[in-house]
Design a protein around this ligand. Structure first.
Ligand code: HEC
Length: 144
């Protein structure tokens, strides 16, 4: 028998296919939204972390560093710096505090920001917080 591809068959494929992929899109969007809510560890989002994020933004750290892959490639990734520095907030604070005003000769160097002790605490809390976000193990190695 001679098979005929009719207009109504074409229409059914068009509407059926569209409906299928719209539903798939909605289901995956819902899945992403529910997964993200369990991963951002928002229960640890303290006022200190928020203040640290504000310092991160107002001092343009992202102009040199990446944070979880987002930012500039001049300086090391900082999403996991808390882990890289042995889960030690003090080490992060000391690093930021001791940057020489004139830079380090022959090296890419980081500015001296003259932060107060409280600001350093906030930044360290923020970097601890970012290191605890479930990112499916991004960055892939400890160096970032
Ligand atoms: C002008 C560019 C620049 C800016 C802006 C900058 N940094 Fe850096 N930072 C660097 C460079 C370069 C290094 C690596 C230096 C080295 O290894 O000697 C570094 C290293 C670091 C490290 C140590 C990383 C490691 O793995 O050892 C931390 C922590 C850090 N920066 C935090 C910050 C924070 C927080 C800010 C914003 C307040 C900031 N940086 C802004 C250039 C910058």
């Amino acid at each position: 028998m001679h098979e005929v591809f009719t207009k109504s068959m074409a229409r059914n494929i068009y509407y059926g296919g569209s409906l299928f992929f719209i539903l798939l899109f909605l289901a995956l969007t819902f899945d992403s939204q529910t997964a993200i809510a369990t991963r951002d560890n928002h229960e640890n989002l303290t006022p200190q972390v928020a203040a640290g994020k504000r310092l991160w933004e107002t001092n343009n750290c992202v102009g040199c560093h990446t944070l979880l892959g987002e930012g500039a490639y001049f300086a090391p990734e900082l999403g996991n710096v808390y882990k890289r520095m042995g889960e030690n907030k003090e080490a992060i604070k000391v690093w930021i505090k001791t940057r020489p005003v004139d830079g380090v000769p022959g090296r890419r160097s980081m500015p001296q920001f003259n932060f107060t002790e409280e600001q350093l605490d906030n930044i360290a809390e923020f970097l601890k917080y970012t290191s605890e976000i479930n990112t499916n193990n991004w960055p892939p190695n400890i160096q970032g």
